[in-house]
Design a protein around this ligand. Structure first.
Ligand code: GDD
Ligand code: MG
Length: 405
């Protein structure tokens, strides 16, 4: 891959937010290939070997709920064989056991490709028990004792499992993506961020080049959706309130496609459902921004948290039409985590609260309060591993776990 280096960077304490980076080549050859002179200083080449080395240490997580299997098979096709793949499904089990059908299809896929796939169901009682044994009960539902529904809750469970596997990096890719080629591109862009980054705390967020839509019988390549436009706007206002300079640095407030080092993944606190991605920014500002009189540890100041935003080249086409109130649920989740931060400036908070109140009135069933979950640092991994030892999905993790200890 050949990628532009960040042209601008905003700094908030120990947090470096890099501006959008464009991709110039999806594949730029091998380490031994000679570079012609005149290669711009602002462009970084990531040889294939380097990419491959990073991907061997990267887990890719696919969160899914009731998606069409053909779509998910396409996503699996795009994930390089060297990445350990985790599928966290929250698909329904009755009246039709959709998970059983998924299991059959993905196991077959894994056999054909020799791909290492760990498939779990979010409502597996054994996983809830393992969370309990590990001392991480925040994501458990008080009513049934199982892991709560929600995309974030599935992702947090995945982080736990990936941590056991000893992978250094974790990347997320939605299951409802129509283009396997774009999936492969996202993985390469995650690797490029880790290749360029100079810290143990790195996050890579994808800004979709475009989202094709059919308008008046023709194709229109839209760049921004309603939710991301607004989330980016308020996050940028948040930063400007502290730096004193208006900015448009954040372009990936809602990025579902994102990756991070496991060091960072285990450090962050999380929030529920679709609010998890905008909350990454807020939580990073709260913990590493040095704001509100909070002093930072020397280790953090030295290392920085680096946030890369990479613009993908493939159009992003996913399953649209996820029901009434879906967009509002996502927008409202983002507004809640921004406005509820103790660091949120009063004027922004007021504006967001007004917007939330309007959405709550219009979509009372979709717009719910956000839950917050503590970080995964300090959980008892040995107890978690012990609790899932007999499960079929523990096999692959266990092999990797042994390598870890
Ligand atoms: N495990 C699990 N559990 N997965 C879930 C759940 C759940 O309860 N709910 C949804 N998912 C899966 C979906 O099947 C899909 O693969 C992925 O999470 C994203 O959900 P969508 O419902 O398709 O969301 P979207 O496409 O509207 O929004 C996506 O893009 C936004 C903008 O980048 C999401 O990734 C958002 O989080 C993101 O902000
Ligand atoms: Mg989607």
């Amino acid at each position: 891959m050949r990628i532009e280096l960040p042209k601008e960077t905003e700094r908030l304490g120990a947090v470096l937010i890099h501006g959008i980076q464009k991709v110039f080549e999806l594949e730029s050859g091998l380490e031994t290939d000679l570079e012609r002179p005149g290669n711009g200083l602002m462009i970084q080449r990531m040889p294939y070997e380097a990419e491959n080395e990073i991907e061997k240490r990267m887990a890719i997580v696919i969160p899914m709920r009731n998606e069409r299997i053909k779509l998910v098979e396409g996503v699996l096709t795009g994930i390089p064989n060297q990445c350990l793949t985790f599928i966290v499904s929250n698909s329904s089990r009755s009246p039709v056991d959709r998970f059983a059908i998924e299991k059959d299809a993905f196991e077959r896929f894994a056999r054909f490709t020799s791909k290492q796939i760990v498939l779990v169901h979010q409502k597996d009682p054994c996983l809830a028990e393992a969370c309990r044994a590990a001392g991480y009960t925040a994501i458990l539902d008080e009513k049934d004792g199982l892991i709560k529904s929600g995309k974030a809750e599935g992702m947090i469970l995945a982080k736990l499992l990936v941590s056991l596997s000893g992978c250094r990096y974790i990347g997320f890719i939605d299951a409802d993506n129509y283009f396997p080629g774009s999936v492969l591109e996202y993985v390469r862009e995650y690797a490029a961020g880790f290749f360029i980054g100079k810290s143990n705390y790195i996050m890579v967020r994808i800004s979709w080049h475009s989202k094709p839509k059919i308008i008046d019988d023709g194709l229109f390549f839209a760049k921004w959706g309603r939710t991301s436009r607004q989330t980016n706007h308020f996050l940028n206002m948040f930063i400007a309130a502290y730096t004193g300079f208006e900015t448009d640095i954040i372009k990936t407030g809602n990025a579902g496609e994102h990756a991070m080092t496991m060091d960072l993944a285990l450090t962050l606190d999380y929030s529920s459902g679709y609010s998890i991605e905008p909350n990454h920014f807020i939580n990073i500002f709260e913990r590493f921004g040095g704001l509100g009189g909070k002093s930072l540890s020397e280790e953090i100041i030295e290392k920085h948290v680096q946030i890369f935003q990479i613009e993908s080249r493939n159009p992003h086409l996913h399953n649209v039409g996820k029901g009434e109130g879906h967009v509002e649920e996502m927008t409202c989740g983002a507004f809640q985590v921004i406005s509820q931060s103790p660091l949120c400036p009063e004027n922004i908070k007021k504006k967001l609260q007004q917007e939330i109140a309007v959405m709550q009135q219009e979509f009372p069933n979709s717009v719910k309060p956000v839950d917050y979950y503590p970080s995964l640092s300090g959980i008892n991994e040995t107890a978690f591993m012990e609790a899932i030892r007999e499960q079929p999905y523990a096999d692959v993790i266990q092999k990797c776990y042994k390598r870890k200890i």
